[in-house]
Design a protein around this ligand. Structure first.
Ligand SMILES: *[C@@H]1O[C@H](CO)[C@@H](O)[C@H](O)[C@H]1NC(C)=O
Ligand SMILES: *[C@@H]1O[C@H](CO)[C@@H](O)[C@H](O)[C@H]1NC(C)=O
Ligand SMILES: *[C@@H]1O[C@H](CO)[C@@H](O)[C@H](O)[C@H]1NC(C)=O
Ligand SMILES: *[C@@H]1O[C@H](CO)[C@@H](O)[C@H](O)[C@H]1NC(C)=O
Length: 426
């Protein structure tokens, strides 16, 4: 009898314990994530005792059984996570930009989307697949603190964009193929000492040099710089008689063999198309920075203000300039040239001064871009090129930038091209 009572006691105590485990009261405002896990909600069908999470020294459940039989042993976030229920009554928050945001909310932090997530007993702002952003505070601040000859700026039109998107859609020059890189530079005969220390095509040939283009979010620098260099040379070589603005959209849309339109293009192929097929004026096929259909029938009827024999503007074969002084001599004689440069992460934030890439940016990805060198100069003993970019006039020095000259900075002196326009007699 005594034994039975004793055993019964144990049995009762054991039962009580079980009941106690399942009915243990917990504060409904308990901050925490249970069914709601960082990689997604854990919700189970029927009754699954293993579908549980520790809470206050016991367990709470995320299975349907808990809801049907005893709400008290469901985890506090069960209805929210598993049954489309209202958000838990408690307001867990994450600090964000001096304020707070509610748990479950997603916010943009520069180019990343981040969610205030429960992690058991705390909340944390977790960013989904964090990307490197085009504008990074770290780069801007360091460049400006270091005083390295140029300043950096946070461009609002680049904010909230990823570096990957910048490389893909703000540049757009495919690396020259090996055989093109072996193209021999032309030889020029001149006295290098006769070259001036400053030269600006815009002031030497006012009205002949093209303006700054905004390529938009389209990797079209291959087409934009090609059309601009040719336009400049038409005006300069014709002594202002054939001032034209040639259409980069024509190249972007129609030069598609081996080219990738807004995903980038090869310069040698662009020049070859220009030479063989010719290009119309901008007014006839205006730039949209999108992939437009190439309507050859329409382009064949574009008015050509300066042409009688042919119906497109053409150029001779592109040639390569081999070194600093050859590039200078070429610009002085016949106008701006096309250069391909390696773009480092810090370049996007360039504001003004003489650019030189910093070692801050060498860890990040780079891309190739083509630009137009319009002149050169010297500032407190530092030699620079003056270069036209194609990111609009809000960027850099009214759309231009200056870059260290004579040191092949960013490879800018290693693949420089020029062409001769095919003028009809005038
Ligand atoms: C959350 O739990 C961890 C252990 O799991 C503990 O180290 C930490 O102090 C707890 N944080 C809070 C805010 O209670
Ligand atoms: C950069 O500019 C954007 C948009 O103007 C602004 O929201 C952001 O806070 C700025 N970032 C920094 C680091 O200054
Ligand atoms: C940032 O970009 C994303 C996607 O590109 C967009 O959904 C979001 O609204 C943008 N945020 C801001 C603050 O501009
Ligand atoms: C560049 O090459 C030319 C020959 O094409 C040569 O006369 C000149 O000295 C070279 N300049 C430099 C800076 O090496």
């Amino acid at each position: 009898m005594y034994e039975l009572k004793w055993n019964l006691g144990i049995l009762i105590t054991a039962c009580l314990n079980i009941i106690q485990i399942h009915t243990v009261p917990y504060a409904p405002d308990l901050v925490g994530s249970y069914c709601n896990q960082p990689d997604g909600a854990v919700c189970c069908n029927g009754r699954q005792d293993s579908c549980a999470f520790p809470i206050l020294g016991t367990l709470c459940y995320c299975d349907a059984f808990c809801e049907q039989h005893n709400d008290d042993d469901c985890c506090p976030d069960f209805l929210f996570a598993c049954a489309d229920g209202p958000a838990p009554v408690y307001e867990a928050t994450c600090p964000h930009k001096g304020g707070t945001i509610k748990a479950g909310k997603t916010v943009w932090d520069n180019c990343n989307s981040c969610t205030c997530t429960f992690l058991h007993n705390r909340t944390e702002l977790l960013c989904h697949q964090p990307h490197t952003c085009l504008m990074e505070k770290r780069i801007i601040d360091t460049v400006n603190l270091q005083g390295i000859g140029w300043t950096a700026k946070n461009y609002s039109f680049f904010w909230n964009q990823t570096l990957d998107k910048g490389i893909k859609y703000k540049l757009g020059t495919l690396q020259p193929e090996r055989f093109v890189m072996r193209m021999n530079p032309v030889r020029r005969i001149y006295d290098p000492n006769s070259l001036p220390t400053e030269f600006d095509a815009e002031s030497v040939w006012p009205g002949d040099v093209s303006g700054i283009v905004e390529q938009g979010w389209c990797g079209s620098s291959w087409a934009v710089s090609t059309a601009a260099v040719a336009s400049d040379r038409y005006g300069i070589v014709s002594k202002g008689r054939q001032r034209i603005n040639l259409s980069p959209q024509h190249l972007l849309s129609c030069n598609n063999r081996g080219q990738q339109s807004c995903d980038g293009g090869h310069l040698d192929r662009a020049w070859m198309y220009f030479r063989k097929q010719g290009i119309v004026e901008e007014a006839c096929f205006p730039y949209t920075g999108r992939i437009e259909t190439c309507n050859r029938h329409y382009l064949d009827r574009c008015p050509m203000r300066h042409l009688k024999k042919t119906n497109k503007y053409k150029v001779g074969p592109a040639y390569r300039l081999g070194n600093e002084t050859d590039i200078m001599y070429e610009i002085m004689k016949s106008g701006p040239v096309q250069a391909t440069m390696k773009v480092y992460h810090d370049f996007y934030s360039y504001e003004r001064g003489i650019y030189e890439h910093t070692d801050l940016s060498i860890v990040d990805r780079t891309g190739y871009h083509s630009v137009r060198i319009v002149g050169w100069g010297e500032d407190r003993g530092r030699k620079y090129w003056k270069v036209a970019n194609s990111w609009g006039t809000e960027w850099g020095e009214n759309g231009f930038f200056r870059i260290v000259k004579g040191k092949n900075e960013c490879d800018i002196e290693s693949f420089v091209l020029a062409v001769w326009p095919e003028l009809e007699e005038y």
